[in-house]
Design a protein around this ligand. Structure first.
Ligand code: NDP
Ligand SMILES: O=C1O[C@H](COP(=O)(O)O)[C@@H](O)[C@H](O)[C@H]1O
Length: 512
C-alpha cells in the first residue's frame, strides 16, 4: 500500500467518532497502514490540534474494539491527527487546506496521494468534490480518491444529479461509495461460501431453492437521528442500499476473475434482472410499517410518532418488506423476501435459504408423506456471525420419528475487523470490490422508485406494529405458502429460543 494523506470532512461528527477514528486506530495497530500516518480533520468549529487529538482519544476509548493502552504507539497515532477549520461553501478554506496538506506531505516525506473522506451530509458531496478540484487539492502527482457516505440521493433523479456533480471532479474508479454492510466479514464471505463448497455451489439455483429470506431487524428506534430518519425512512435508510446490496451479493453468479469489475458486473446483472415493480402492483409486493408503542426487554417504549423530534402525524415508515423475483435462468420462480425494521424483537441481520422438498412431491402418491421440514441454510451476518444447516434425521429414542438438527459454525474469534476497517483498508489499497458502483446504485434507485411514488400518492398503506414484535402481520401474508423463518417468538426471552415453524422449538443454550 502506498502511503497517503487522509483528509476527513466532518471530523467533529458522530460517524467519525464512532467508526472512522476507531477503524484507523485498529488498522494502525495491526500495522496495515504503511508509511507515516497523516490525517487532517475538518469542520466548522474552531479546534486546536491538541483538542482534536483529545477528541480522537476519547472516541477510541469509547468505541474501539481493542482496549486503548497508553503507549508510545498510541502517542504516535494521535500525533498523526491535525485539524483545519473548513466551511464546505467557502472556496478560500480549500486553498488554506491545500497549503496544510502540502506542508504535511513535505514534512513527512509523503507522496501526493490524497484520500478525501466525506463524512458530512450528502447535500455537501457535490460542492466539496467541485471545490477539491477547483482549489488544486485534487491536482496531485499521485492518486486522489473520494470516499462518500450514504445516503446517495433521495430518489433516482437526485442520485443522478449527485453522480453528475461528482463525476465532474472524480472518475468512477476514484469514487468509493461506502455501504458498510459490504464491509461485514460474513458478507465478504458469501462468495467463498457459495463457490468454494461444491455442495452449496450445486444447490445455489432455482431447481433446489424454494425461497430466500433476507432480514435486517433492529431493536433500536429512531435514536438521536429524528431529523434525518423522518425524511429517509426504512426504504432510503436501509432498503435501497444495504438490503439490495445483500440481495446482489447473495444472488450473483461466480465472477470470471477476482477484479472489482468482475465482481461488480455480476452484481449489476442481478439488480438489473430484478423484475420491475409496476405501479399498480406495488401494494401487492411491498409492505410499509411503523412502530407503535410496545414493550422491549420488559420496558415500555413509545410509538415512533411519540419520539422526540418526530411529528405526531408522521407517516414515515420504520419497516419495509418486499417480495421480488430475479429474472434469470438461475433464479426464475424463486421468491426473494426482504425486510428491515426498527424496534423489532431481535437485532439480527440474516439470510435464510429454504430448500425445496422434492421427495415429498415425488413420493407422495406411493407412500405416506414424510413430515419433512425443509433444509435451511442460515447465514448470520450480525451481530453474531454464523452459518448453520438444518437437516432431517431420525430420532432413535422416538421410534425413528424425524426431527430437524442444526449443524452450526459460529466463529469463535470476537476480534475480527469491523466493517469500516475492512472498507477503509480496501480504499487505501484502491480496491473497489466491496464498494457500490454507480450503476448498482442507479439500478437500485430505479427498482425502488415505484415504491417512493406509491408512498407519495398514498396508495401504499402504512401498517402499525407494536415495538418489540416481528413487524406487521401484513408482511407475513407476502410469503403466501411460506413463512418467515427463525423469528423470535413474541413471548420469548430475546436470543434464547429460535422457532423453526412446524417443529419443536430448539433451545439455544449459552455457549452451544
Ligand atoms: N452517524 C452514523 O451512524 C452514520 C452516518 N452516515 C452518514 O455519514 C455522514 C456524517 O454523518 P454524522 O457524522 O452522523 O453527522 P453529524 O451531524 O454528527 O456530523 C456532521 C459533520 O459535518 C460537519 N459539517 C456540517 N456542516 C458543515 C459545513 N457547512 N462545513 C463543514 N463541515 C460541516 C460537522 O462539523 P461542524 O459542526 O464542526 O461544522 C460535523 O463534523 C452523513 O452523510 C450520514 O448520512 C452514514 C451511516 C451511519
Ligand atoms: O446504515 C445504517 O445501518 C444501521 C444498522 O447497521 P448495523 O451494522 O448495526 O446492522 C442502522 O441502524 C442505521 O439506521 C442505518 O443508517
Amino acid at each position: 500500500m502506498e502511503s497517503s494523506t487522509f483528509v476527513l470532512f466532518g471530523a467533529t461528527g458522530d460517524l467519525a467518532k464512532r467508526k472512522i477514528f476507531p477503524a484507523l486506530y485498529n488498522l494502525f495497530t495491526d500495522g496495515k497502514l504503511s508509511g507515516p500516518l497523516s490525517v487532517i480533520g475538518l469542520g466548522r468549529r474552531e479546534l486546536t490540534n491538541e483538542t482534536f487529538q483529545r477528541q480522537v482519544l476519547d472516541s477510541l476509548r469509547t468505541f474501539s474494539r481493542r482496549p486503548v493502552e497508553d503507549t508510545a504507539a498510541l502517542q504516535n497515532f494521535l500525533q498523526a491527527f491535525e485539524y483545519s477549520v473548513l466551511d464546505v461553501g467557502r472556496p478560500e478554506d480549500y486553498v488554506k487546506l491545500l497549503g496544510h496538506v502540502q506542508r504535511r506531505e513535505e514534512k513527512l516525506g509523503l507522496p501526493q496521494n490524497r484520500m478525501f473522506y466525506l463524512s458530512v451530509g450528502p447535500e455537501f458531496f457535490g460542492e466539496i468534490a467541485g471545490n477539491i478540484n477547483a482549489s488544486g487539492l485534487g491536482n496531485t502527482k499521485g492518486w486522489k480518491r473520494l470516499i462518500i457516505e450514504k445516503p446517495f440521493g433521495r430518489d433516482l433523479q437526485s442520485a443522478r444529479v449527485l453522480n453528475e456533480s461528482l463525476s465532474a471532479a472524480f472518475a468512477e474508479e476514484e469514487i468509493f461509495r461506502i455501504d458498510h454492510f459490504l464491509g461485514k466479514p460474513m458478507v465478504q464471505n458469501l462468495e467463498v461460501l457459495k463457490y468454494s463448497n461444491p455442495v452449496l455451489r450445486a444447490l445455489w439455483q432455482n431447481r433446489y431453492i424454494a425461497n430466500v429470506q433476507i432480514t435486517a431487524s433492529e431493536t433500536v428506534g429512531v435514536e438521536e437521528r429524528a431529523g434525518y430518519y423522518d425524511k429517509a425512512g426504512a426504504l432510503r435508510d436501509m432498503f435501497q442500499n444495504h438490503m439490495l446490496q445483500l440481495l446482489m451479493m447473495m444472488a450473483m453468479q461466480l465472477p470470471k476473475g477476482s477484479t472489482p469489475e468482475d465482481v461488480r458486473s455480476k452484481k449489476r446483472h442481478v439488480i438489473r434482472s430484478v423484475r420491475p415493480l409496476l405501479p399498480e402492483e406495488v401494494a401487492q409486493h411491498v409492505v410499509r410499517g411503523q412502530y407503535a408503542a410496545g414493550e422491549m426487554r420488559g420496558q415500555q417504549v413509545p410509538a415512533y410518532t411519540a419520539e422526540p423530534g418526530i411529528a405526531a402525524t408522521s407517516q414515515n415508515e420504520t419497516y419495509i418488506a418486499a417480495r421480488l423475483w430475479i429474472e434469470d435462468p438461475l433464479w426464475n420462480d424463486v421468491p426473494f423476501y426482504i425486510r428491515t425494521g426498527k424496534r423489532m424483537k431481535e437485532k439480527s441481520t440474516r439470510i435464510v435459504i429454504e430448500f425445496k422438498e422434492p421427495f415429498n412431491d415425488v413420493h407422495n402418491k406411493n407412500r405416506n408423506k414424510l413430515p419433512l421440514d425443509p433444509n435451511l441454510l442460515v447465514i448470520d451476518i450480525g451481530p453474531h456471525e454464523g452459518i448453520s444447516l438444518t437437516l432431517n434425521t431420525k430420532n432413535p429414542l422416538q421410534h425413528g420419528k424425524l426431527e430437524p438438527v442444526s449443524i452450526k459454525h459460529e466463529p469463535g474469534n470476537p476480534d475480527v475487523p469491523e466493517a469500516y476497517e475492512n472498507l477503509i483498508y480496501d480504499a487505501m489499497l484502491g480496491d473497489a470490490t466491496f464498494f457500490a458502483h454507480w450503476e448498482e446504485v442507479e439500478l437500485s434507485w430505479q427498482w425502488v422508485q415505484p415504491i417512493i411514488e406509491a408512498t407519495a400518492d398514498g396508495s401504499l398503506p402504512l401498517h402499525l406494529y407494536p415495538a418489540g414484535s416481528n413487524g406487521p402481520a401484513a408482511a407475513d401474508q407476502l410469503l403466501g405458502e411460506f413463512h418467515w423463518w427463525l423469528d423470535e417468538p413474541e413471548n420469548a426471552e430475546p436470543a434464547r429460543v429460535h422457532r423453526t415453524a412446524g417443529i419443536e422449538p430448539e433451545v439455544i443454550r449459552p455457549g452451544a
